[in-house]
Design a protein around this ligand. Structure first.
Ligand SMILES: [Mn+2]
Length: 299
């Protein structure tokens, strides 16, 4: 069967495997997954273009049931479009394609879940969502602040990801959780604008809970740069940073976010071939499973 034209959505290539439990049609679905196999600005170790297919392939090793959320993927209605067909080279046309694809999903009433690819793609999705929901709040899990205005000659480098997102975010509400790497200026800015949200390892995400309390009911976009996790459990990423977080920390963030309205998310920077054990990809797939569930359950 040629699945490429199943949706008549042209720009997706749905020929490969799809995420565990996903449907091939959009009928009655609440969540739409698509991949963006792009790593054109990656500064250190490329390979995130292989992220979306790796996450899908290993997803079948997971159970469809999530004990933490007491939900089963088999009872949820979500679809996987496959990966976006993107031009190689400069980031701008790729970001534009992500923007168009996100728009398309929103028009069909689907909450987007995007598998990267590198972090520069987020701004295309955020732009599309704020066009519909200008009161959007952005939450970032990342080792790095990503607030550079320009990096290695590009304003759309993955090191500038949050700077570009802030430019299109009318509320300017960005919460950056547990950032542990950046320039002095970036850290100054994080503190000054009260964007930095501490996360005590192995404990409940009380700082995030407090930060989000005044924003109950507001639409939230979550961007997960997988290098937020510790390199010991997430070696498969281009810019690993020691001193990171573990699954229990992610689970405590999920515990807070399930009380809020998550309406879009991306999971970026998996570079699967850098981890021959495959555990990084499994981690990324489990993150994806939790976020499908949160998107599906938010109204
Ligand atoms: Mn990062």
């Amino acid at each position: 069967m040629n699945r490429k034209h199943q949706y008549n959505f042209g720009s997706f290539n749905g020929e490969g495997s799809i995420f565990l439990g996903a449907k091939r049609s959009i009928e009655n679905c609440k969540v739409g997954i698509f991949g963006v196999p792009y790593d054109g600005t990656t500064s250190f170790r490329p390979g995130t273009r292989f992220g979306p297919s790796a996450i899908r392939e290993v997803s079948s090793s997971l159970e469809t049931y999530c004990p933490q959320l007491n939900l089963d993927l088999e009872e949820l209605a979500f679809t996987d479009f496959g990966s976006l067909e993107i031009p190689l080279g400069a980031p701008e046309p790729v970001i534009e394609k992500v923007n168009q694809a996100t728009n398309l999903l929103l028009k069909h009433g689907l909450k987007p879940l995007i598998l990267g690819g590198e972090h520069s793609i987020s701004t295309g999705a955020v732009q599309a969502i704020v066009d519909e929901q200008p009161d959007l709040i952005l939450i970032q899990l990342d080792a790095h602040a990503d607030l550079r205005d320009e990096w290695l000659g590009s304003r759309h480098s993955h090191a500038c990801a949050m700077r570009r997102c802030l430019e299109v975010l009318p509320t300017k509400k960005l919460f950056q959780i547990g950032i542990r790497s950046g320039t002095r200026e970036e850290f100054r800015e994080l503190q000054k604008n009260k964007r930095f949200v501490p996360h005590p390892k192995g404990q409940a995400a009380t700082f995030l809970e407090t930060a989000l309390m005044p924003h109950l009911g507001k639409p939230i976009y979550l961007t997960v740069d997988l290098d937020w996790f510790d390199p010991s459990v997430m070696p498969g990423t281009g810019t690993p940073e020691p001193g990171g977080f573990f699954w229990e920390d992610f689970a405590s963030i999920i515990d807070v976010l399930k009380k809020h309205q998550l309406i879009g998310t991306d999971i970026v920077e998996l570079s699967p071939q850098l981890d021959p054990t495959g555990v990084s990809s499994v981690h990324a797939a489990k993150v994806t499973r939790s976020l499908i569930m949160l998107l599906h359950e938010s109204s």
